[in-house]
Design a protein around this ligand. Structure first.
Ligand SMILES: *Cc1c(COP(=O)(O)O)cnc(C)c1O
Length: 434
């Protein structure tokens, strides 16, 4: 399999090169040159890793990483994936938060790390992974690369704008992971990472790599949990699974659409957005326009210009066909609050604010007469957002073991100015230590 850019400006690229590059050189996102079909039949493979191997093998065909795929899958997909029935007939929640940092990004980050570790390296020098984060991404990437030989991770996040528990989740790793509290905004962090990755002289001194959500190495593996859940659900019930997916940058939902396009028994996919309305407005008929980002309770979904829209239009270039097939609904903060407050009695679960967006959209769909089996996708554990969730449900939320373990470790961070020079200083210092 070869990869092309959504903008059409790069030659067909092997998987290993596309993974190493992250973004295509024309600024587009890598997509497969053709769409493989699922050939595994109706019976689900025995394990999630087995589904991963079967689904992803065509994407690795002919690549230097092909032989490593079984090991990469075994490592990345050793995470439970429960499809939990809710109180309502045919309502489910698909829990993607049983990984080490209690969010769905663990799947993709671990898969990407497994791939990057197995890429051949000419000079054997340590690679520094740079990641700008407002929370979940940084923790998942830190967890995925922690103690992985040959890698150092620098996490940049805005000082004072990440919840205390989220900050601890970024600062408690140690070893080859360093947390940098940046005296600025998330946009400053992103700008610093982009500038460093685009600085040829700096990269000659320090091999650098990104681990952002548009990487193929994070997108492709996310199709696996949807494929696995849908296959298992059909084998158990004979029914197709419809999905409501909390959406920000559209990576997670694009993976469900990829799995469906490959032939998985996934029915309708509905996107749940926050008050950031770029996708709901576009899918309702407006011209696509990036919008300024609005801060909401579901902060990991606060994206004004979802970059994976390029992959959406690659999969379905005709806007009319796309709008006929895909819906998105915006959920305001007061609806998020109300949904969290009522979810225990109404559905039997306590959702995080992101999951609450999906639950709320599912409630609206049922009120409008939707039939069949539907899963609201749970993207993070509610204990990560205790500051929002606990006052609304009126009790403490139990912290999952992996997260409790992380929170029990001492936190350590370095505070830096929001300048390129400050980041260069840290990189040069890091390079000097063995
Ligand atoms: C990242 C994230 C999202 C948004 O996922 P996208 O792939 O950006 O659409 C939703 N919920 C949680 C908890 C997240 O961390």
């Amino acid at each position: 399999m070869r990869y092309v850019s959504t903008r059409g400006g790069v030659a067909q690229t092997p998987l290993a090169d596309a993974l190493a590059a992250g973004l295509a050189s024309d600024g587009g996102l890598f997509v497969p040159a053709r769409l493989p079909r699922w050939t595994g039949g109706d019976a689900p493979p025995e394990t999630l890793a087995g589904t991963g191997l079967r689904l992803l093998a065509p994407f690795f065909e002919g690549d230097i990483l092909a032989d490593a795929l079984p090991a990469i899958c075994a490592e990345a997909f050793a995470i439970p994936l429960p499809l939990v029935p809710l109180h309502g007939e045919g309502d489910f929640v698909l829990e993607l938060f049983h990984g080490p940092t209690a969010a769905f990004k663990d799947f993709g980050a671990r898969f990407l790390a497994g791939c990057l570790q197995r890429l051949p390296r000419a000079d054997g020098r340590e690679v520094t992974i740079l990641v700008a984060t407002s929370g979940d991404t940084g923790a998942a990437v830190a967890g995925a690369f922690h103690r992985r030989p040959g890698f150092r991770v620098l996490i940049l996040y805005p000082d004072g704008r990440v919840s205390p528990r989220q900050a601890h989740g970024l600062e408690a790793w140690g070893d080859n992971v360093e947390a940098l509290r940046v005296a600025g905004s998330f946009d400053d962090c992103q700008r610093m990472v982009k500038a460093a990755l685009g600085d040829a002289a700096l990269r000659a001194r320090h091999p650098l790599a990104a681990a952002n959500s548009i990487s193929l190495g994070r997108w492709l593996p996310q199709a696996v949990y949807y494929a696995d859940a849908a296959l298992r659900h059909r084998a158990a019930s004979g029914r197709t699974l419809n999905l409501v997916i909390p959406t920000g940058n559209l990576g997670n939902a694009m993976a469900a659409l990829l799995a469906r396009a490959m032939g998985m028994p996934i029915g309708e996919v509905v996107l749940a957005s926050t008050a950031n309305r770029a996708l709901p407005d576009f899918l309702a008929g407006a011209d696509y326009a990036p919008q300024p980002t609005v801060a909401t309770l579901a902060n990991a979904m606060d994206v004004g210009a979802p970059s994976n829209i390029e992959r959406l239009r690659w999969l379905e270039p005709d806007d009319a066909a796309l709008r006929a097939d895909l819906r998105a609904q915006a959920v305001a903060d007061d609806a998020i609050r109300a949904t969290i407050g009522a979810a225990a009695s109404r559905h039997g679960i306590v959702p995080c604010p992101h999951t609450a967006c999906a639950l709320h959209v599912l409630e609206r769909l049922r009120a409008d007469g939707a039939t069949g089996d539907w899963a609201a996708v749970a993207t993070a554990h509610p204990a990560k957002f205790e500051g929002t969730v606990e006052p609304l449900v009126g009790h403490a939320v139990e912290v999952p073991d992996a997260l409790a373990h992380l929170l029990a470790r001492p936190a350590r961070a370095r505070r830096i100015e929001a300048t390129d020079a400050a980041l260069h200083g840290v990189l040069d210092l890091a390079g000097a230590t063995p």
